[in-house]
Write a protein that binds this ligand. Structure first.
Ligand code: SF4
Ligand code: SF4
Length: 314
């Protein structure tokens, strides 16, 4: 393990005063980098473990100052009015931008149309922020590690969590668990609550929708089930046509029952990732999928409750 003081992780957001992801008032720290590429991802900027260029087309006036300073010739102007209306005045070669280390264009843009998402931080950097927020935790709140996936930086988050626990700060981990078991085992002594997705039990379908096999994820969930199921609240995103089949929900109910999980939150699909995809220069993969109705959500809840699972519709 590298020197604990020198370790860095890429963070794309720290939200203070969050009340959604764990008890009380919390600081949510979003790590950049995720083994999965879920089609419905609400935080696509959390997927790649590199700083990335965010482009806000509404602010861009097409002055091309950014193109003049770009050392990699990554910026070109759209040629037609239709393209400019759809995508903004400029197109970025994202492969070049993702490798760029200087981001000269950002300072040059007088319209604030350009921004970098992702900042390398040390444990001390994050603890400084946590200490600033700590008076609002009031004993109950604390930190929630989210992403992307915090366990991409297993040694880093182990140290961060260890320090929080040594100061009596409550800890929540939101992770996809698509990491070697030894990465999960490192953080387990320091976790108060796991908020972990369970999406699709059929492996082939899981690969189609998320880009990865679910074998390691289910293994890690079994590990939590064997050791501390009471600390886990599983989350199932209900994405019509992807996760919502009766077959999948029954399989999730059966898996939870077999592994001692008694709480599942079901989360209705939303399209919050659309604008972020646009700012990253990528296309939202599920433009035509609609949010499930209240009746569809209740139907899913009824199936899970038939397995004696305490199911909450978020
Ligand atoms: S991104 Fe900024 S600098 Fe580049 S063309 Fe648009 S307004 Fe000009
Ligand atoms: S991020 Fe780097 S490569 Fe991309 S446009 Fe800006 S300066 Fe050029």
């Amino acid at each position: 393990m590298e020197n604990k003081n020198e370790m860095k992780a890429l963070v794309f957001d720290i939200q203070s005063f969050s009340t959604h992801d764990g008890p009380g008032i919390r600081s949510n720290i979003f790590f950049k980098g995720c083994p999965l590429t879920c089609l419905w991802c609400a935080n696509p900027e959390g997927q790649k473990a590199v700083p990335q260029l965010f482009y806000t087309k509404m602010k861009c006036v097409g002055c091309m100052l950014c193109a003049k300073v770009c050392p990699h010739d990554a910026v070109t102007a759209y040629e037609t009015k239709e393209e400019a209306e759809a995508f903004g005045f400029v197109r970025h070669d994202r492969e070049k931008c993702d490798k760029c280390e200087t981001h000269d264009c950002v300072e040059m843009c007088l319209q604030n149309a350009l921004d970098i998402t992702g900042k390398w931080m040390t444990v001390d950097d994050i603890m400084e922020k946590v200490h600033r927020d700590a008076s609002y935790y009031a004993g109950k709140g604390g930190i929630t590690l989210s992403g992307g996936d915090p366990l991409v930086y297993a040694d880093f988050v182990t140290e961060l969590l260890r320090r929080c626990k040594s100061e009596g700060i409550n800890t929540v981990l939101e992770s996809e668990l698509c990491v070697p078991a030894r990465s999960l085992e490192k953080v387990m002594p320091y976790i108060d609550l796991y908020l972990t997705d369970i999406k699709i039990i059929d492996d082939q379908k899981h690969i189609e929708m998320t880009g990865v096999t679910n074998k390691q994820i289910l293994e890690n969930l079994r590990l939590i089930g064997r050791t501390c199921p009471e600390k886990a609240c599983l989350r199932c995103p209900i994405i019509p046509g992807c996760t919502d089949s009766d077959e999948n929900i029954h399989a999730i109910g059966k898996f939870c029952k077999e592994n001692g999980f008694s709480r599942v939150n079901i989360l209705p699909y939303h399209k919050l990732g659309t604008t972020k995809h646009e700012r990253l220069g990528s296309v939202y993969p599920l433009p035509d999928v609609q949010a499930p109705s209240d009746e569809q959500m209740q139907h899913v809840a009824d199936i899970l409750e038939s397995y004696k699972i305490d199911c909450i519709i978020n």
